[in-house]
Unconditional design. Structure first.
Length: 454
């Protein structure tokens, strides 16, 4: 594959500049969920929709993130990172603007699906760009900085969103990710244009989309119609065997068999999947609970600022933590933090304690901003250049399907069982990740010549 070799000795100034640039559009992508979550109760009341229907504004976005992330990974391998990343940023921005102008629920959800489709390019191609540009501890540091800066900027968007809602309403808040248009030119300048060519396995991509979509629809089904449950079951029952057959017949197709057989990649992805599940679940539950207590969107955004502060601190701590503990141990501790966050949130709902709800968002932010770069570093270090984009895409598919499942599960159970019970049910996802990571063994990490630990 004709790509430039990683810049193992990149200048610190270059690494910082790239970290802030990638962190900026990562933050705008995250703001597509976090800032919208703050105004979702207001938007739902304005559009006169139920809680379960309103949850589709988040879960639909997360669904498109999940199913199209590996598609963008493959496009990056074939065409180079520049073109698909620029297209993704433009589509994300257009979707945000369309959502802000939506006259009703159907258009809003449809625009959010488009926005999520574009945002799917952000994580996988940003990580591929970093993995191609840097190596060793520099790569780990940049990945950690991007995750932390992105989370911190998205939390700034929480306050900005609350202030905007108070001044002019919820629609400008939904449009905030469109600021990514300002980043298109500088991103294009640093993104490699060369790709490896080859064909895209469209059938494999379709089967992946069907399978992931079936999981999300089934999670949302309890509070939706029978048609949603039937559609989810049909997609899952049809997509899963077709996908398995496709992988067997086409080992170098959309999901390469050697990537699926890479224990390090699958362990990292499954182990980390509970982190976005907890994050998205709390993004639905906490603002809704605080709004029910009479809090304004501005106050809700301010309540989530401690999580932003934790994310910002993580830009300093993630790299030494990864270097000291290694990726697997860091992922395990992050999964434990996600479980603790959901338990705190459940206790906060049961006792009507805003303090515990805020503490829950703080805990999940700590886990997320350490766990995501650990997952990306593990995948980037264990795969070759020719499949790194799709390997990152597969890992992100599993990771973001966890997030979509978390928000869909909350939307599916809200109104049927108490909120605290919803969060207790959601703990199953990070608990599975904890079990998978624990089974791999927690040996002391070995340092490679490049200073990377695994």
């Amino acid at each position: 594959m004709p790509v430039a070799p990683p810049a193992a000795t990149a200048e610190p100034d270059d690494a910082r500049r790239v970290s802030w640039l990638l962190g900026a559009f990562t933050g705008l992508g995250i703001a597509g969920s976090s800032a919208v979550a703050v105004v979702l109760p207001t938007a739902a009341a304005d559009l006169q929709v139920s809680r379960s229907a309103a949850a589709w504004v988040l879960s639909g976005y997360a669904l498109m993130l999940a199913v199209l992330t590996p598609v963008f990974g493959r496009l990056g391998d074939r065409f180079g990172i520049r073109r698909p990343l620029v297209v993704g940023l433009v589509v994300m921005s257009a979707g945000a603007l369309a959502a802000a102008a939506a006259p009703g629920t159907a258009v809003l959800v449809g625009a959010r699906l488009a926005q999520g489709a574009g945002a799917a390019s952000v994580t996988v191609l940003g990580a591929a760009l970093v993995s191609r540009r840097y190596s060793g501890p520099v790569r780990a540091g940049v990945l950690a900085s991007v995750a932390g800066i992105g989370a911190a900027l998205s939390a700034v968007a929480l306050l900005a969103g609350g202030a905007l809602e108070a001044a002019v309403g919820w629609r400008p808040v939904v449009a905030l990710p469109a600021l990514a248009l300002l980043l298109v030119v500088p991103v294009a300048r640093i993104a490699p244009a060369a790709g490896g060519g080859g064909r895209i396995d469209t059938a494999g991509a379709a089967f992946v989309t069907a399978t992931a979509g079936g999981v999300i629809l089934l999670a949302q089904a309890p509070s939706s119609s029978v048609a949603v449950a039937v559609a989810g079951a049909g997609l899952l029952l049809a997509g899963l065997p077709l996908l398995a057959h496709r992988v067997r017949r086409h080992p170098e197709g959309f999901l390469p068999r050697r990537v699926l057989g890479d224990r390090a990649v699958i362990t990292a992805a499954v182990g980390a999947a509970g982190l976005p599940a907890a994050w998205f679940a709390l993004l639905v539950v906490v603002p809704d609970a605080l709004a029910g207590r009479g809090w304004s969107p501005l106050a809700i955004g301010a309540a989530l600022v401690p999580a932003a502060a934790a994310a910002l601190v993580a830009t300093r701590t993630s790299r030494p933590v990864l270097t000291r503990l290694g990726t697997r141990t860091t992922l395990l501790l992050s999964a434990v933090a996600a479980v603790a966050a959901l338990l705190l949130g459940a206790l906060g709902l049961a006792t009507s304690s805003p303090v515990l709800l805020v503490a829950a968002t703080l805990a999940v932010a700590v886990g997320f901003t350490h766990g995501q770069p650990a997952m990306l570093a593990q995948v980037g270090a264990s795969t070759g250049e020719d499949v790194r984009g799709v390997a990152l895409g597969v890992a992100a598919l599993v990771f973001l399907t966890g997030g979509a499942t978390g928000s869909a599960l909350v939307g599916g159970l809200q109104g049927l069982v108490p909120g605290w019970a919803v969060l207790l049910a959601t703990t199953a996802l990070p608990l599975v990740g904890t079990a998978v990571l624990a089974r791999t063994g927690l040996r002391r990490p070995a340092r490679t010549a490049a200073g990377v630990t695994t």
